[in-house]
Design a protein around this ligand. Structure first.
Ligand code: 4NP
Length: 160
């Protein structure tokens, strides 16, 4: 069984591609690529086709993660393709939920903070207008929440 996860932020150049890169790294460390896959998207359309922000790329490179994602906007079909659609903050969550057309789709939408261990129930702050330090802080928060998400998915799989 394959579980498909979509990380969503506003621009899809800072937080969600970083989450995608970190989660892919965790998946690959555990050789789970045939069981768990992920992608990222933005609710906005400002940067479609672009690589992530240079600070996102730098912080990921500093942690041996290479990003190749190209920015794309969230689309209706994503609600069928993905089992988990994970918003970085409440504004993203509201926007995503405004696009759902069924209770089944609604139930797929989560907040990244739902999976936090250290950063439990906290929004992932938008670092776009910040400094590299802010991106490094976001990296730590996403590492924690991605680890929690992977634990959650693995526990779910055991239950099947
Ligand atoms: P992200 O950050 O949602 O984490 O990708 C942003 C990137 C770009 C913009 C806003 C947030 N922007 O307004 O262009």
């Amino acid at each position: 069984m394959n579980i498909n996860v979509l990380f969503v932020c506003l621009g899809n150049i800072c937080r969600s591609p970083m989450a995608e890169g970190i989660f892919n790294e965790l998946i690959s460390q555990k050789s789970l690529h045939d069981q768990i896959t992920c992608d990222s998207a933005g609710t906005g359309n400002y940067h479609i086709g672009k690589l992530p922000d240079h600070r996102t790329i730098e912080v990921c490179n500093d942690n041996n993660i290479t990003l190749t994602h190209r920015c794309r906007q969230l689309k209706k079909e994503d609600f069928d393709t993905f089992a988990y659609i994970i918003a970085m903050d409440n504004e993203n969550l509201k926007k995503i939920k405004s696009l759902t057309e069924s209770a089944a789709h609604d139930k797929k939408v989560f907040l990244m903070g739902d999976f936090g261990k250290i950063y439990k129930n906290l929004p992932v702050p938008d670092p776009y207008y910040g400094s590299k330090k802010d991106f490094e802080q976001v990296y730590l928060q996403l590492l924690d929440t991605c680890e929690g998400l992977l634990q959650h998915l693995l526990a779910k799989k055991e239950a099947y």
